[in-house]
Design a protein around this ligand. Structure first.
Ligand SMILES: Nc1ncnc2c1ncn2[C@@H]1O[C@H](COP(=O)(O)OP(=O)(O)OP(=O)(O)O)[C@@H](O)[C@H]1O
Length: 260
């Protein structure tokens, strides 16, 4: 069942929220008292220095890790005690979860394989030809939506690093996530690819929520509507990039300098 909070007076609706999230590892608290609201059609950045707890928060939200305290709500349903595979089926998908890109398959075949995962129409391969045609149409639509049309018949292994990451995003989108979690999507990319992937994420977020861990602050500044800064497992600041980057605590604690 999909329950979404009504978007009254056009305000974006919360699709994923966490309250009082905490995770202890033995005597060490990696995440403490984290409240988070992620909105439909918004790109939300989770930033912070190494060891701040970003990956742990991702693992808690996707239920790879169980919180020590706190609650998590997805599309109006409490998922605090829900298994990770069910959470993914409900629409909260982390890119690497299903983004196994097969290097020797073409772009088209990679997307078709992704579309054949559970919950997608093509699992019913015994269905008539019309189902197969619908699959092909859906694959082409996905390929177009991430701008891989020209590489449609290229072998995945022959794609540039940046285009491979885009193919990864396309295979993730095949599950039709309502909330997409991206872990450093720009990592290891050159300037040109960063711009291209940022445009794709912007486009992808029109119809879903995106929460991303990102170290590239110029990407965060231009792409993200909302920024949460973590430090030592706790929220240090949040707001839009302008507000967060003006915050003296962020400048000194996260960026290490008043000049950031
Ligand atoms: N399974 C674990 N057992 C013990 N400590 C852990 C475990 N996972 C994470 N930690 C600790 O929790 C803290 C937060 O780690 P986490 O990986 O969430 O940070 P991060 O912000 O993602 O860092 P980075 O930017 O370096 O990836 C770190 O001090 C880390 O050593």
């Amino acid at each position: 069942m999909t329950v979404t909070m009504p978007s009254q007076n056009g305000a974006p609706r919360v699709v994923l929220s966490a309250r009082g999230l905490r995770r202890d590892f033995g005597g060490f608290t990696a995440v403490k008292d984290v409240d988070l609201d992620v909105y439909h059609s918004r790109v939300h950045a989770l930033i912070g220095p190494n060891g701040a707890g970003k990956t742990t928060v991702f693992n808690l939200l996707t239920k790879f890790l169980q919180p020590t305290h706190g609650t998590i709500t997805l599309l109006g349903e409490d998922i605090t005690n829900t298994a990770p595979d069910k959470v993914a089926r409900m629409g909260l998908v982390r890119s690497f979860q299903i983004s196994a890109v097969f290097p020797h398959l073409t772009v088209l075949d990679n997307v078709r394989v992704a579309l054949q995962r559970p919950n997608n129409l093509a699992t019913q391969f015994w269905k008539p030809l019309s189902a197969l045609e619908a699959l092909n149409a859906k694959a082409d639509q996905l390929i177009r939506s991430v701008g891989l049309d020209k590489e449609r018949n290229a072998i995945a292994a022959d794609l540039s690093y940046g285009r491979k990451r885009v193919l990864e995003i396309a295979t993730t989108l095949a599950l039709d996530p309502k909330v997409l979690l991206l872990d450093e999507p720009m990592a290891g990319m050159g300037h040109e690819d960063v711009g291209m992937v940022a445009e794709i994420i912007r486009e992808v977020a029109r119809e879903r929520a995106v929460l991303m861990v990102e170290h590239n602050l110029s990407v965060v500044a231009t792409l993200c509507h909302h920024v949460t800064v973590l430090q030592r497992g706790e929220i240090l600041a949040e707001g839009d990039y302008a507000a967060v980057s003006e915050d003296p605590r962020v400048r000194t604690a996260y960026m290490g300098t008043e000049e950031a």
